[in-house]
Design a protein. Sequence first.
Length: 154
Amino acid sequence: MGVDSILGGNFSVQTKDFTKRTTSGAIDVNQTQGLSESEKLENFKKEIWKEIDSMSWGSNISVQITNSAFEKMMVDKEFKNKMMNIIREDAHGSNMMCGGTLINIDENGYKGYSYMQDHTKEAGRAFDAHSKDKDSFYSKKCKKDELNELWERD
């Protein structure tokens, strides 16, 4: 099961080989004439990660999408739209009351888990395990000061 990461912005990013890459090279999948299938897939991943990176997230987020899921999303627009809509819903629901969200998408679909801020001790261990897993590649973790600032604003 292969996974990949292509992100930028203010997110901490962990890839299988612990490198950081950005979405600046993303091009529209429809403009991929003359590219190999692997290049088309890489560009598609960049496009998806750019969209995920632009979403407004709450405290903590860890997202895993397998290569087989990317491949399915690339050819099955209904599957892609369904998965992206679920990710958007998670981003929208991932407000300051939420302690964190763990998302896993494979060729079979979506699996997710969210936990409330008052359960951070137990859920924090789950988040750490998910975001440090060998297949984890997208995580954003809010610092305690940032979370306190969010609480004070509202």
